[in-house]
Design a protein around this ligand. Structure first.
Ligand code: NAP
Ligand code: MG
Length: 481
């Protein structure tokens, strides 16, 4: 993008400037260059957007479920048609490798396909009370859903919240992340072009403390879906408490992978390293802790090191193994964590520094980094770094491996590698995490699989059929005959 494009808010089907006239800039993390100007929405714009969503609610919730489903299928088809353009936007805005961005578009489309099929299957039940009563339940949309999205996977996270909300009959206001709003603006346009009534999906770009805070505390909002950091999630829960509205919180992770001595080491090393460096480690489900036992430690670490040393770092459009981190501040943060670990005597087995590509391209590149024999109480062992940094922990036994995995404030996803089926299930049962993958990590986009956190990783479940519950009331109707 040579010319800096300007983007506006999307409210009630219209593209409008922020009422204040304010704007902000977004940059390409691969180059550090400004790529676009966006409208800086504030409380007044949020008020307009929530008003538009409320006005559209009677129309959308009265739309026949089959027609809602058909509309969602049309959106999925349009997303796939525009895969190249959407991926191009995501690469320039987030710095991620091109093929990862293309995959994100496919996953986004899958959310709309999946929930399209659910729109006309939101059954209630009949509850037997004897001959004197007829009792049944109906599922009703919660109303206006506020959706606050992070910058790392805007397309996936946006679709993950929008598709079930729309299938359930809710209308929405989306606040994308400051650093990466462009793809969701385009998705909202596509949704409008797909024939959904104006106001069903509104987008207010802006700053978290302004537009985001105004949205989650707005009295016209009936439900909040948030994906992001623990601190902001806590503030959103407080805002939700004031209006007594439900929240779904998908927060951080410090995801462990346990490799036992009977594991397929080649497969384990390839899979866990890919999951550690995907999108430069800026993934809530990134593998950031590797727990292993002495018999395989050296062989496994050697394999992981080799993959990390060979990993291609570069701008997203070159389709490397990993692109940049999102901002200069994030690069400094990642460096700070690794420098602190090294200063504390932790062994840096590979990487550990800003990559030479940072100077060459002007972007925020960090080398894939392996920290070995990390003490469980080290800062890098406990805190989410959000960079391509993997810490290795030593366990003497299965029980100790489980204890190390669970020794975290987070509980999002866990990997387990073993050929022993009984051990696999025993460990899965003992792990405190919303998802456990055995001899693999991830399953396509995981659209069908309930996803969410134990402990500080969040509240509620997204994805799968369970994800619909966030957007539905259950009403019980009891008739005395
Ligand atoms: P973040 O700083 O919490 O921001 C997330 C979103 O919240 C952004 O849109 C942000 O706007 C907005 N926001 C900030 N302050 C707000 C406030 N006071 N009120 C309302 N909204 C506010 O998180 P991030 O740095 O973008 O994303 C990284 C985090 O997300 C990591 O912790 C990661 O693990 C987590 N994450 C979790 C999942 C999951 O599914 N569990 C998936 C992806 C990411 P601005 O952009 O303007 O600040
Ligand atoms: Mg950007």
């Amino acid at each position: 993008m040579s010319v800096i494009e300007a983007h506006r808010l999307l409210i009630g089907g219209e593209q409008v400037a922020a009422r204040s006239g304010g704007e902000f800039e977004t940059t390409d993390p691969s180059t550090g260059q400004v790529i676009a100007r966006l409208a800086r929405g504030t409380a007044a714009d949020v008020d307009d957007a929530v008003g538009a969503a409320r006005a559209a609610l009677p129309i959308w919730r009265a739309t026949k479920p089959a027609d809602r489903g058909r509309a969602l299928l049309a959106i999925a088809a349009r997303l796939l048609e525009e895969q190249d353009e959407l991926a191009r936007i995501e690469v320039i805005d987030t710095g991620k490798p091109l093929r990862v961005a293309k995959g994100d578009v496919v996953v986004a489309a899958r959310y709309f396909e999946y929930y399209a099929g659910a729109a006309d299957k939101l059954f209630g039940t009949t509850i037997p009370l004897g001959d004197e009563f007829l009792d049944y339940t109906v599922r009703e949309p919660l109303g206006v859903s506020a959706q606050v999205i992070p910058w790392n996977y805007p397309l996936q996270m946006g679709a993950r919240g929008l598709a079930p909300a729309l299938a359930a009959g809710c209308t929405t206001v989306v606040k994308p992340a400051e650093e990466a709003s462009l793809s969701l603006l385009r998705v909202a346009q596509i949704i409008g072009e797909s024939g959904l009534p104006a106001g069903v999906v509104n987008v207010v770009t802006g700053i978290g403390e302004e537009a985001g805070a105004a949205l989650v505390s707005h009295p016209g909002v009936d439900q909040i879906t948030f994906t992001g950091s623990v601190e902001v999630g806590q503030s959103i829960m407080r805002a939700a408490a004031a209006n007594v509205v439900p929240v779904t919180l998908e927060l951080g992770g410090k995801c462990p992978t346990l490799v036992f001595d009977d594991a397929d080491l080649d497969a384990a090393a390839a899979t866990l390293t890919a999951a550690a460096i995907q999108h430069a480690g800026q993934t809530c489900s990134a593998v950031s802790r590797l727990v292993t036992t002495a018999p395989v430690h050296d062989e496994l670490v050697a394999r992981v090191r080799r993959i990390m040393d060979d990993a291609r770092v570069g701008p997203g459009f070159d389709d490397p193994d990993l692109g940049p981190v999102i901002t200069a501040e994030q690069l400094a943060r990642v460096s700070g964590y690794v420098d602190g670990a090294a200063a504390g005597g932790i062994e840096v087995a590979c990487g550990g520094t800003v990559a030479e590509e940072a100077e060459r391209y002007g972007g925020y590149f960090f080398r894939p980094t392996l920290l070995d024999h990390v003490p469980p109480d080290a800062t890098v062992a406990r805190e989410e770094i959000f960079g391509p940094v993997l810490s290795v922990f030593d366990a003497d036994s299965e029980d100790e491996a489980i204890a190390l995995a669970n020794r975290s404030d987070y509980g999002l996803v866990c990997g387990v590698w073993t050929r022993d089926v009984a051990r696999a299930h025993r460990v899965a049962a003992a792990i405190e995490a919303g998802q456990v993958f055995i001899n693999g990590y991830g399953a396509g986009g995981g659209v069908e699989l309930p996803f969410g956190g134990y402990k500080k990783s969040g509240i509620g479940r997204e994805k799968g059929i369970e994800g619909l519950n966030s957007y539905l009331h259950t009403k019980n109707v009891c008739l005395r005959l």
